[in-house]
Every structure is written in structure tokens, then in C-alpha cells.
Design a protein around this ligand. Sequence first.
Ligand SMILES: [Cu+2]
Length: 126
Amino acid sequence: MVMTNMPRYLALLVLAAVMVASGPARAHALLQKTIPAVGAEVSPGPASLRLHFSEGIELAFSGVAIAMADGVAITPRSLTLDPADDATLVVSLSAPLAPGQYEVAWHVVSVDTHKTQGHYGFAVKP
Ligand SMILES: [Cu+2]
């Protein structure tokens, strides 16, 4: 009994180890770097935002929402991928952001079809 169950038990252990090793760190698109940076205070206000992820992004299934601290939404002019880097979303704005506190909410689908989402803030100084 013990002998015949051993291989299956080992196989499950190996499978678990593989899943841990190739889990979130490699397989999902995590936000790695943004411009302006997370929590930054910048001046003058940027005319675009850049969000760099750990994996390539499927633009059609990804989105970025920008809102001021009072809840007023900033409608982006366009959302594109950096032509040189499919892991970087570029949010072009109709005008440079005015001074204030901003919250950026993002959701993306990486090229492996996994969904991730998050949010961060930054400020534009007068
Ligand atoms: Cu993934």
C-alpha cells in the first residue's frame, strides 16, 4: 500500500513545487514601475502616464482610470502599448494634469491571459 502510493505522493509534491516556482512572480503581470512614480510629487503636471509591468499586456483587455482626490475622473485621450515594449502601458492625456492628488486604478490581462489589478497615487505640486 505504502509503496504503490509513493509515486503519486511524490508527483503531487513536484507539481506543488513547480506551481510555487512559476507562480505570481513569473506568470502574472505585476506593476513594477510607473511614471510619475508611485507616491511621487511632481511638477509640472505630466501629459502622459507610463505603467511598466512584469509581463506583456493584452491592450484590448486592459484599462486605466485616473481620478482626482475629489472623485472627478480624468478621461485619457488614449491608452496604448509602448511600441518598443509590450509590457508598458502609455496613458496619453488631453492636457497636462493640474495640481492636485491623483489616484490611478489599473486592470490588465497579461499575455498568459491572467488578470491582475491595483491602484496607486501621486500628486502634482502647484
Ligand atoms: Cu499569470
